[in-house]
Design a protein around this ligand. Sequence first.
Ligand SMILES: [Cu+2]
Length: 104
Amino acid sequence: MKRFTIGLLIAGVTFGVAFAAEHSIVQKDLTFAQSTITIPVGDEVLWGNIDNVTHNIHIKGGGEDIDLGLQKFGQVLKHTFDKPGPYVIMCTIHPRMKMVVTVQ
Ligand SMILES: [Cu+2]
């Protein structure tokens, strides 16, 4: 019985870790490849700039206002979303570049 309980506990921990995932979104032609994405709390979003210009990632929502800085061609910026809510992601260099990450 004890052995069984420990086995379940280990399986539970493994299961929990397997659930944290990464979501990749590229920036191309001055747009985000996806305008919206819905992810679970704790997941990470990666933005990859494949435009031949410099972009920026600015995150607003969930009581947070985060600037990940400048992002040159080929560079990947990432952020882990630990709190639920809608987040507006934008490029401050090209203000028309926007997307929404919904964390639930
Ligand atoms: Cu930009």
